[in-house]
Design a protein around this ligand. Structure first.
Ligand code: NAD
Length: 302
């Protein structure tokens, strides 16, 4: 069997078109656009490239966007004051503080200072609680899990009654996606098992999965014989395993590998996500959707 590829790059384009059309419609009818601010402290090259990509996407969609970069020496007090400024700014609907922050700043304190109704990353304890309750309580599902659920649904994979196994229990991927898929409602209603480093027989659990979601950060952890024939395999892992010269640019680029042995797994699975080009492109896309939804909540459109 050769699995159907679930391509994040294609699903991203579909969703971005939907967001763009909605932004235009709201602007025409209500005269407002979603506003997103990214706050970056310091010049960590990976963080610079993440915020630049987020702001570029927001701009292309017609959002108001602010890239607020602060020097590495910014104090915690000044950063909290900046967050407070954007909490009070009516034209801003999403506030994103890029992590990691410099060591002299308490990350938790800063993230918890963001107004939960502008917390489009969905990491504030209030939003984690809302996600746990589910249904209409949910405002901002965290972006990577939201992207995973969107991919499963858009690929036409049945989640209701499905055995889902999630490998990994992090706060940004494993725990939230497990919670989202067990909720009562469309794109969910699954029976969910979460496995981790202390799980006794990882293979036995994975073999039962109709939908296997792997977010461990260990290249090639999931072996082809752990996959149930016809299963949907979502590989969240992004592991740098070396470098190569890009044919396009002639520059050095990272060789990326997922947590699943893709070449062998695709002959057994029914659906599979590639790495790169699978879950990766969905995260920024869902950040844009959360920012649009934040405006819609404010306007009473949701
Ligand atoms: P994390 O390190 O916070 O958590 C990894 C989890 O996997 C832990 O709960 C751990 O118990 C479990 N785990 C690790 N090794 C294991 C093993 N051998 N057996 C069983 N369980 C094991 O990582 P994270 O932040 O959740 O990210 C996981 C992977 O997903 C990473 O490769 C990361 O780069 C990637 N990721 C991708 C995106 C994206 O594409 N947008 C977003 C977030 C994370």
């Amino acid at each position: 069997m050769t699995a159907k590829l679930i391509k994040g790059t294609e699903i991203r384009e579909e969703i971005l078109k939907e967001i763009e059309a909605e932004v235009k419609r709201i602007q025409e009818e209500r005269g407002v656009v979603p506003g997103l601010v990214t706050i970056l402290v310091g010049e960590n090259p990976a963080s610079v490239s993440y915020v630049t990509a987020k702001i570029k996407t927001a701009k292309a969609l017609g959002f108001k966007e602010i890239q607020d970069n602060q020097p590495e020496t910014t104090s915690e007090e000044d950063l909290l004051a900046l967050v407070d400024k954007y909490n009070k700014d009516d034209t801003i609907h999403g506030i994103l503080v890029q992590l990691p922050l410099p060591k002299h700043i308490d990350e938790k304190k800063v993230l918890n200072a963001i107004d939960p109704d502008k917390d489009v990353d969905g990491f504030h304890p209030v939003n984690v609680g809302r996600l746990m309750i589910g249904g209409s309580e949910v405002k901002f599902p965290p972006c990577t899990p939201a992207g995973i659920q969107e991919m499963i649904v858009r690929a036409g994979v049945e989640t209701s009654g499905a055995e889902v196994v999630v490998v990994g229990r992090s706060n940004i991927v494993g725990k939230p996606i497990a919670n989202m898929l067990l909720q009562k409602g469309p794109g969910a209603n699954a029976t969910v098992t979460v496995v981790h480093t202390r799980t006794k027989d990882l293979a036995a659990h994975c073999k039962r999965a109709d939908i296997l979601i792997v977010a461990a950060g260990v290249p090639g952890l999931v072996k082809p014989e752990w996959i149930k024939p016809g299963a949907c395999v979502i590989d969240v892992g992004v592991n740098r395993v070396g470098e190569k010269i890009s044919e396009k640019t002639g520059k050095k680029i990272a060789i990326l590998k997922g947590d699943v042995d893709f070449d062998a797994a695709k002959e057994i699975a029914g659906w599979i996500t590639p790495v790169p080009g699978g879950v990766g492109p969905m995260t920024i896309t869902m950040l844009m959707k959360n920012t649009l939804n934040s405006l819609k909540f404010k306007l009473g459109l949701m």
